[in-house]
Design a binder for this molecule. Structure first.
Ligand SMILES: Nc1ncnc2c1ncn2[C@@H]1O[C@H](COP(=O)(O)OP(=O)(O)OP(=O)(O)O)[C@@H](O)[C@H]1O
Ligand SMILES: [Mg+2]
Length: 453
């Protein structure tokens, strides 16, 4: 569970809905509510806030959490919850003894748990909750249910069906995309959701991000807020990490690139995809957040169909979306940055060079090629690309008369020709450097023109 800290912003509607739901449970009409959304969107944070509010209203709150790492016994989140309840004054009632026999992990002597005992167990849990809720209303919080074992989810469902007449509120959370990875879990959570409230958390809007920025920096800074909103698309975890990064920079401790916490979250999501898919996304990511399928295919050296297949897998994981015909867009700029940053340097340089070449090829007959973009890719393609980048950038600066542009474009073309001629063709041997880096045609083979002369 990540720590709270700072104000909770942009969740007024959810807090209203859940507060009313908790109040109903307190009045004897218990039920289930599920909070879902992408990693870092603030599910746990909202659960924490509701737990605090319910505790203020006299609820006894118990937490259980499912863990993705192996080794946790079945029913683990429930074991945590029941242990917490047993520890309360009066928590070890006669029902508790029956439960402990069925769940030895709770500390009882028994070990007879098996298929035949399942319904006995459900019955014992329900009876126990019924007794405990007679003393005080209960809020049971089950975090990360996407990682729960099937038995725990089955128990959730059976308990949820009994809550109508009890002072018990069952509040769960799960990552939606991860839940969909397993049909059994998806179906089970779907059934659980239909028994009560489901709240899908959305990314934060600009106003909410502004509050977080002013809280972190001590001043109203619309410009930074807008920049952070754009970069993070309002994912609260990413917002916090970027704010931390900016604070470090202010202190002079610059850590360039994507913050480590953000990277860790994105890597976790990428780990859901096949390695081959990630490799193709990495090739596309050097273009930036948005790219065309055909350009990504050229950079990766594969067919457009291969990119489309990879894209459909990434779309299912909500890492990618459509941006128009033949165009795709990563769900966050930070996804593209992480993908590109995780590439080995040599491969990243090669992808950039292929991108520069492919874009130049496309614009061979274009009087106004996207020179900034071309320059950027040459620059990132390694030392040898710097000269090309300078040429492209110079050409880009001189947007005056056509003649002048043609002259500078032809200069860019000359740089290209020099580079293509190979080792020693220019001071510093850019050509040599380039060929070592990847797949340049050997010995000055024909190359597409940089631009129209
Ligand atoms: N609405 C919000 N206002 C302010 N900060 C928030 C908000 N939501 C989340 N945060 C902060 O963002 C970070 C991530 O939130 P949280 O851990 O709750 O995400 P999560 O959805 O539970 O992620 P995961 O799926 O990884 O468990 C935390 O530091 C949390 O305090
Ligand atoms: Mg969480």
């Amino acid at each position: 569970m990540r720590g709270g800290g700072g104000p909770l912003v942009g969740r007024e509607r959810e807090l209203d809905v859940l507060s009313a739901w908790v109040a109903r449970a307190g009045a004897g009409a218990g039920g289930v509510a599920l909070v879902t959304g992408e990693p870092g969107i603030g599910k746990t944070r909202l659960l924490q806030e509701m737990a605090a509010r319910a505790a203020d209203q006299g609820f006894s709150v118990a937490w259980g959490r499912a863990y993705e790492v192996g080794g946790a016994p079945p029913y683990w989140p429930w074991i945590e919850i029941l242990r917490a309840l047993f520890g309360r004054p009066g928590g070890r009632d006669p029902n508790a003894a029956a439960l402990a026999r069925l769940l030895p992990e709770l500390g009882g002597p028994g070990s007879e748990r098996g298929e035949a005992d399942r319904f006995q167990l459900y019955d014992a849990v329900t009876s126990y909750l019924h007794g405990a809720a007679g003393r005080e209303p209960l809020l049971l919080v089950l975090d990360d249910l996407h990682a729960a074992d099937p038995s725990s989810l089955e128990l959730c469902e059976l308990v949820a069906r009994q809550l109508g007449g009890m002072r018990v509120a069952l509040l769960g959370s799960h990552r939606d995309v991860e839940a969909r990875r397993s049909q059994a879990i998806d179906v089970s959570l779907g059934r659980l959701g239909r028994l009560g409230e489901v709240l899908e958390l959305e990314r934060l809007g600009l106003a909410a991000v502004e509050v977080l920025v002013s809280e972190a920096t001590g001043r109203d800074d619309r410009e930074s807020a807008q920049m952070i909103r754009d970069a993070t698309e309002g994912n609260p975890l990413f917002v916090r990490e970027l704010l931390r990064l900016l604070a470090d920079r202010d202190r002079g401790a610059a850590r360039p690139g994507v913050p480590a916490g953000v990277r860790a979250v994105i890597r976790e999501r990428l780990a859901l995809l096949a390695p081959a898919t990630v490799a193709l996304l990495q090739a596309a990511a050097v273009v930036g957040r948005e790219f065309t399928i055909s350009l990504a295919a050229e950079i990766a050296g594969v067919t457009a169909e291969a990119i489309e297949e990879a894209a459909s897998e990434a779309r299912a994981a909500e890492l990618l979306g459509e941006a128009g015909p033949g165009r795709l867009r990563f769900s966050h700029a930070l996804v593209a940055e992480t993908l590109a940053a995780d590439l080995p340097a040599v491969l990243r340089a090669r992808h950039h060079r292929r991108a520069a070449e492919a874009i130049e090829r496309r614009h061979a007959d274009d009087p106004a090629p996207p020179l900034d973009e071309i320059a950027h890719h040459w620059l990132e393609s390694g030392t040898g690309g710097a000269a090309m980048a300078v040429a492209a950038a110079e050409a880009g600066q001189e947007r005056g008369g056509l003649l002048r542009r043609r002259r500078t474009l032809s200069r860019a073309g000359r740089w290209r020709a020099i580079r293509a001629r190979g080792p020693g063709a220019r001071r510093g041997g850019h050509g040599r450097q380039d060929r070592r880096a990847g797949d340049a045609p050997p010995g000055g083979g024909p190359r597409p023109p940089a631009a129209r002369r």
